[in-house]
Design a binder for this molecule. Sequence first.
Ligand code: ACO
Length: 400
Amino acid sequence: MSTVQVPEIKKGLEGVYFTVSNVSAINGQEGRLVYRGIPIEALAEHSSFEETSFLLIEGRLPRRDELETFVQTLRRNMDVPGQVIDALKKLPRSTHPMDALRFGVSALVGFDAEVMDPREGLALMGKDEEARRAYWEKGKRMGIRLIAKFPTLVAAWHRIRQGLPVVDPLPDLSHAGNFLYMMFGEKPTPTAERVMDVALILHAAHGMNASTFTAIVIASTAVDMYSAIAGAIGALKGPLHGGANQLVLAQLREIQARGGVSRVEEWLEELLSRKGRVMGFGHRVYKAYDPRARILKKWAGELAKEKERELYEIAVKLEEINIQKLGEKGIFPNVDFYSGLVYGALGIPTEFFTPIFAVARVSGWVADVLEYWKENRLIRPRAWYSDQVWDRPYVPIDER
Ligand code: ACO
């Protein structure tokens, strides 16, 4: 009888390297994040979401004229066809904004003038360098159109859901500014626009996270960019990934309802005693403080001067006690811990927190798919068949 060698199984692909990517990188031990080698702190301080998207996709910072062209391309492509808006209007109002976004992206594909014949993707695998380049460039143009349309789709669903007219983007506003304008129907204050811009920069890319991996897995089948991005939205929605930001605020409000800052410790002990999780804490890669959380904490503190001061104070206390309890396990605040407070202060409804993440991360998804397509290989891992039964009889239905 032959003995079967059981392979090493890496649940959750933890620590597995499956490709090379220089789009963004995390040093989890030191709590560092770079986009194309540039520290996130410098980008949050000096860059814009538009410039950061160019950086992620092209691999370098743009010259002034290149940035201007890129910005204009985004602005020109922000509009969403009326038929897609009409289709959104037919969804039940209870539809989660992430589902509406995924639906919108799927609906958009048919309106893209460069929609691909499925055979075109085979160019990625062929020897014809020109055809491969043409496919790649087409994917890039589609990706940029998607980046442009994400704020419009998300804001449109917000308006439709409330029975309000959909607001068209304004050509003279930034990407972040337009998003807020289309959500609320009035131009944002310079502070609100800047905070949103910073939040978009901070969320634009983050190593081989679950949604980026999903986008790459789909793209590796040599399919179009829309399919890859629609799949990534699904992955981002989960509460272990982007969906956590909407849950953080719910936890903070729960503590507030129980009596506020003085009840934080009691609430936390109760949660941990039943093996519950503090949302916005912990990370597969970071075993130190997430640098994005540090930046958002500062902004949350600034904005909380006016609104929701108590929620911010609860968050700071929760952070302090949780680090005392879980810090030695390498569990620290992640980007989601303070982002909800920032969005809440901007008046954004909780269910739209994860879509904002998507509005930003779509740049990283596009950049990583394009990087992977430079040397595409179908992603096809294996699952161990532990039963090792190869001749189980088929029992007819009447005999079972
Ligand atoms: N609160 C309490 N305990 C936690 C938390 C948390 N947020 N995160 C991890 N732990 C504990 C686990 O209970 C486990 O404890 P044990 O060893 O005693 O059983 C230990 O830390 C390791 O946890 P894992 O789930 O194995 O760690 P993993 O690497 O899979 O965790 C994850 C990453 C899923 C993000 C986790 O930290 C978590 O669930 N956090 C809360 C949700 C969240 O904030 N997600 C957003 C992540 S960032 C992003 O996607 C933008």
